[in-house]
Design a protein around this ligand. Sequence first.
Ligand code: NDP
Length: 304
Amino acid sequence: MTRRIVLIGHPVAHSLSGAMQQAAFDAVGIDATYELWDRTSMQIADAIAEVRGDDFLGANVTIPHKERVVPLIDRSTEDAVATGAVNTITREGRRLIGHNTDVPGFEAALDKLVGRQKMPRQAVLLGAGGGARAVVHGLIRGGFQRIVVFNRHLHRAEGLVRHFAKGAAHMELRAMPWHDSIIESELTRTKVLINATSIGLLGDVSPIPAEIIPPGLLVLDLIYKRTRFLRDAEAAGCTVMDGETMLLHQGAASFTLWTGQPAPLEVMAAALAQARAGGLRSAEGEPAGEEAATSEEAATSTAG
Ligand code: NDP
């Protein structure tokens, strides 16, 4: 029987995850197909129920549903509980287990960005959605002592801070209102700057003005293209990285969870690079096209 894995999100068309995972299954000789399911919030419960079927190995969950699926599954593993967000589902009989492989994906990206330098202790984070939760968990686990979270809707950043309060009791985790002057002031006190908003996903726009980015920061954009934010940061004299490394490593961790086998990382990296060069776009990194701009959820979350 051909096994099925689905990516559930809205939108999901032209997903790079599909190219990456299908190449991995083919390379290790597992008879499986990776399908893209574009599902709105109203359709999520039915989609999750379907994944309980015998032909499914599991699923990926992407924007904007990572937090929404948590109550629909039967058990969450440590990273999923810690973040309150699920991006990978495995199946044990008819029971569904939720995981969050964005966390190890982010940790791999951060390690690569920091390189041989000493791991910094302060970070400024833009955004407070599902991706931001994986970032905060990874930063806390990485020994960061001060993390400041800015979000358009302050209450969501405050909710994130409350969620992590227990595990962050030993350090400073703060939500702050989104004002350029406050962000500018915080950027003078930090070493790491991360964009976990979806600003830059649809258009060539940056979440913050170029003038407030000081030189010398380590800058990561979860979006995996050369966004205006990254171009501005590079021009300011920062070291920059896009979201491809995170995508690759979250995908590799998901592959291992579904199959119990080590992921063929080089095959996956090559498939990603090829898909990216070919102009394919992903629910994790870029919108699916016109439908992303017009869908009601994409319009409100902008994450697509
Ligand atoms: P969510 O929908 O959960 O969160 C979206 C975030 O973007 C929120 O903080 C939201 O703020 C903010 N935002 C959206 N539009 C605007 C706007 N116009 N102005 C200000 N803020 C805005 O999405 P995710 O957290 O899952 O994903 C966020 C980004 O990270 C996406 O671009 C996604 O592609 C990327 N990502 C990449 C991964 C990778 O492997 N490389 C993994 C995970 C995510 P508010 O709360 O105020 O609406």
